[in-house]
Each structure stands twice: as structure tokens, then as C-alpha cells.
Design a protein around this ligand. Structure first.
Ligand code: 5RP
Length: 223
């Protein structure tokens, strides 16, 4: 019988635990796949130094399992590895993230880590990023000017109704983009005032991706 979407997430989460270095200082992302990873980590009883979380949601789950959570400001050295899911990942390890509205903290914690270990099921693999609407965290007073800039870049931004990020900002989901050059998009979006962070992860791309398939978990390395 085919594995369900949840079972695929559980399988890749278990495989990710096997990839961790001993006694790791861990960066932890956000989302349903990461929820499975946190559960698998606790179940494995693996010893880690501590975790730095990218969201209130993951922090709570880590603490519920008795895993120590540190603030990034209390950590002196780079985190050993950052484990997170993605909404889309291309053949070079660049990703769209932010479906769970945690993209800003995810980018910060990923940047503070030596390597990004991405955990996905095969539905997230794409040739070109952009079918998944690109999440962008925006300061509320800048929604109109940022939206105009995004329209001029060929996208159709829509405010994600009823959602505020852990940082108290809004999310714009930008439809209709084809992100063939993620590095260029990363830099162009960074130049728009009012954007706190955007979901193109090209400068924080995955070093390794574990892909959950019906045939098992495949490992793709980008370094
Ligand atoms: C949250 C994210 C998630 O990694 C992304 O949305 C994938 O989530 P899931 O594992 O639930 O499919 O970027 O901001």
C-alpha cells in the first residue's frame, strides 16, 4: 500500500535524525515535516547540545519533548546543522519557503548554521521555482508600495488573510512568478524597502536534501 503524505514525512524525518553529527548544536525549522523531525529526534533519544528554533510553534514542540531551546543571541558559534522543510526545491538546492509564515526566522537561523539539511517529500521537487506562491513578510505600512513593486516584476501579490508572523508582520503570497534565476531574485527582492524577508532561499540554499519517495528516502548533495 502506498505511504500517505504523513508517513512520507515521518520517513524523511527519521532519516534526518541519522544525518546529525554527534552532540549537535541544532537549528530547527518550522512546518509539518519539521514537527515529524522533532518527534523523531525525541524518540531516537539522540543526545544534542541544544536547539535554536525558527518559530514559536517549533520552540513549543521542542520544549514539550524536553529538548533545550536557546536564543540565537546566546550562541557564540555557528550552529552545526539547520534542519527544515521547503515548499519547493529545485535541482540546485534553491528553495521557496514560508508556507508556514516563518521564513524570516528560518532565514536567520539557516544563515547562522554551517549547513542546511532540507527534508521534503518528492512533491516539493520542481524544475523551476514559482508554482508555489512566493511568501514575503512585509511591514504593514508598506503593503501597497511593495505590492506595486511586485506587480512590476510580473507577480500577483495577495495578502494572506488573518495571518501575522511571529514578528508581528503581514505575509504577501506572490502568484504567477517563474524564478529561473533564484540568486538574482533573492537580491532583487532584498532591495525593496518594506520587505522584511522573502521566501527565495538562494543565498541560504540546501547543502543536502533528503527526499521521501514511495521507494525510500533519497539523498541529494549540493556541495
Ligand atoms: C514554513 C516553511 C516550511 O518549511 C514549508 O512551508 C514546508 O512545510 P511542510 O513541511 O508543512 O510542508 O517554510 O515557513
Amino acid at each position: 500500500m502506498a505511504l500517505s503524505s504523513h508517513e512520507l514525512k515521518q520517513a524523511v524525518a527519521k532519516a534526518a535524525v541519522q544525518e546529525l553529527p554527534p552532540n549537535a548544536l541544532l537549528g530547527v525549522g518550522t512546518g509539518s515535516t519539521v514537527d515529524c523531525f522533532i518527534d523523531a529526534l525525541a524518540e531516537a533519544g539522540l543526545s544534542i547540545q541544544a536547539a535554536v528554533s525558527s518559530s514559536v510553534r517549533s520552540e513549543q514542540r521542542l520544549r514539550d519533548h524536553g529538548i533545550e531551546v536557546l536564543s540565537l543571541n546566546d550562541v557564540e558559534q555557528p550552529l552545526d546543522v539547520y534542519v527544515d522543510g521547503a515548499d519547493e526545491i529545485d535541482g540546485t538546492g534553491c528553495m521557496i519557503k514560508g508556507g508556514g509564515a516563518a521564513l524570516t526566522r528560518e532565514k536567520i537561523v539557516a544563515s547562522a548554521s554551517k549547513a542546511f539539511l532540507c527534508i521534503v517529500d518528492e512533491s516539493k521537487q520542481v524544475k523551476t521555482l514559482g508554482r508555489f506562491p512566493l511568501p514575503i513578510e512585509v511591514i504593514e505600512m508598506a503593503i501597497r508600495p511593495v505590492s506595486r513593486a511586485l506587480l512590476a516584476m510580473g507577480g500577483q501579490p495577495k495578502v494572506r488573510e488573518g495571518v501575522l508572523t511571529d514578528n508581528g508582520h503581514c505575509i504577501l503570497d506572490v502568484h504567477g512568478l517563474s524564478i529561473a534565476d533564484p540568486l538574482e531574485w533573492d537580491d532583487r527582492l532584498n532591495a525593496i524597502p518594506g520587505i522584511v524577508a522573502h521566501g527565495v532561499f538562494a543565498r541560504q540554499k540546501a547543502a543536502k536534501v533528503l527526499v521521501s519517495t514511495q521507494q525510500g528516502v533519497q539523498v541529494v548533495s549540493f556541495i
